[in-house]
Design a protein around this ligand. Structure first.
Ligand code: ACO
Length: 430
């Protein structure tokens, strides 16, 4: 939507008109697509701090106000009143489903929870103690080798089938990656159970003993899935879009997203945050770690603190903190040392001038690790759980990109600062 008054950019004495695009919410955007053609200049924005890479109708974040909406609905309302599969429908199709649409969607997802039996052999090719994220990157990528009938991205039906398959099978794959890493047998999905209960069952039940999913823990799990379902153009989502912009198949694109999510500055932060709390160990060690976090010569950062977009608070962290309190209460965990360190660290950091000045607040990863650990998940499963929750966001964004008439292959330019043109020197003369 171009506004009537374009912005004027003066480049080397030449005035260039840049159309101003007005969003539903958030700052206006200058349309610089014709800038290179008209002005022979690029823009320079490493880390995309001021660049909108696409138009999107899915998720909105106001980092200053600490707001997050999925399709216009505030995350707090969805976390309190909705559930993950309903949120998946909302993200994928744009509106909340009516009763029959929801029933049909849940049935379609539930019908696809099993993975091809031959995929079990694929898992067995990994080293026995492989990190579940390593296994997931490989296995999700390999889905393109198993499900050929849904890799034609030009066919809307195949796109739909691939989307449902990914949402349905990711919990199964994450649970299998976990079981494999601890040397326990795979547990098949149970379609009698809801999405979150089924995941808990696949992770924690064993053939030798009866396991009943606690409904309160399943609800907390479902909330974790909901809070992580999408987050506009973050690093992994941008990776999925970039991979998809070349026409790659959906399974390959989601595998790329999983790889990006793994990094400790992104989804890997939940594992890193809990490991940091364990490393700090006792409350009396906190001042030393705070000192290190502030020291520019020390690469250490307080994991689970700070966010590229949220400079007020992370609204997901607020909901997650409530959930953490509920889960710990339910499990009767009040006084474990890691929790004490977490609470004290949060308190000190929120009052410390360095963190206040830089608007560094606990993010969603700070609390999610505490809940997941209390539920019995090892730290290595934190990021796989993030990945399975985010899959619907990645797919929704990928589908949106493919149906966008303005979609082209993503291809950033660069500011070249390497050697100037020079002549080859034979090895004997170097
Ligand atoms: N601990 C200590 N200092 C920090 C931290 C931290 N966690 N985060 C930022 N800072 C400081 C930086 O050193 C910088 O200080 P300076 O202005 O004196 O140089 C200032 O705060 C701004 O930080 P940037 O790195 O410019 O912020 P950016 O937006 O690039 O990074 C990020 C955001 C990657 C999330 C960062 O805050 C971080 O590394 N946090 C820890 C990892 C983490 O929790 N990641 C999870 C993100 S949420 C998610 O993916 C779901």
């Amino acid at each position: 939507m171009a506004d009537n008054k374009p912005a004027i950019l003066s480049v080397f004495g030449k005035e260039i008109e840049l159309p101003v695009l007005t969003p539903t919410a958030g700052p206006d955007c200058l349309d610089i697509r014709k800038l290179y053609g008209q002005g022979d200049v690029f823009t320079y924005d490493p880390g995309f701090t001021s660049t909108a890479s696409c138009e999107s109708t899915i998720t909105f974040i106001d980092g200053d106000k600490g707001e997050l909406w999925y399709r216009g609905y505030p995350i707090e309302q969805l976390a309190d009143n909705s559930n993950y599969l309903e949120v998946c429908y909302l993200l994928l199709y744009g509106e909340l489903p009516n009763e029959s649409q929801l029933k049909d969607f849940v049935a379609r997802v539930t019908n696809h929870t099993m993975v091809h039996e031959q995929m079990h052999n694929f898992f067995r090719g990994f080293r026995r103690d492989a990190h579940p994220m390593a296994t997931m990157v490989g296995v999700v990528g390999a889905m393109s080798a198993f499900y050929h009938d849904s890799t034609d991205i030009g066919d809307p039906w195949q796109r739909e089938v691939a989307s449902i398959r990914l949402i349905a099978k990711l919990p199964t794959i994450a649970a299998m990656a976990y079981k494999y890493s601890i040397g326990q047998p795979f547990v098949y999905p149970n379609n009698e159970l809801d999405y979150a209960s089924n995941f808990l069952n696949m992770c924690f039940s064993v053939p030798a003993a009866k396991y009943t999913v606690d409904p309160a823990l399943a609800k907390a799990m479902d909330r974790i899935f909901t809070l992580h379902a999408d987050h506009e153009q973050n690093a992994s989502t941008s990776t999925v879009r970039l991979a998809g912009s070349s026409g790659a198949n959906p399974f390959a694109c989601i595998a790329a997203g999983i790889a990006c999510l793994w990094g400790p500055a992104h989804g890997g932060a939940n594992q890193a945050a809990l490991e940091m709390l364990q490393e700090i160990g006792t409350v009396d060690q906190i001042p030393e770690y705070i000192r290190r976090a502030k020291d520019k010569d020390d690469p250490f950062r307080l994991m689970g603190f700070g966010h590229r977009v949220y400079k007020n608070f992370d609204p997901r962290a607020k909901v997650m903190k409530e959930s953490a309190d509920e889960v710990l209460d339910l499990l009767g965990i009040e006084n474990n040392e890691t929790l004490k360190v977490a609470k004290e660290l949060e308190k000190i950091a929120l009052e410390d001038e360095y963190f206040v000045e830089r608007k560094l607040y606990p993010n969603v990863d700070f609390y999610s690790g505490i809940i997941l650990s209390a539920m019995g998940f090892p730290t290595s499963m934190f990021t796989p759980i993030f990945a399975l929750s985010r899959t619907v966001g990645w797919i929704s964004q990928w589908k949106e990109m493919l149906s966008d008439p303005q979609n082209k292959i993503g291809r950033p330019r660069q500011l070249y600062v390497g050697a100037d043109k020079r002549d080859y020197v034979p090895v004997a003369n170097r």
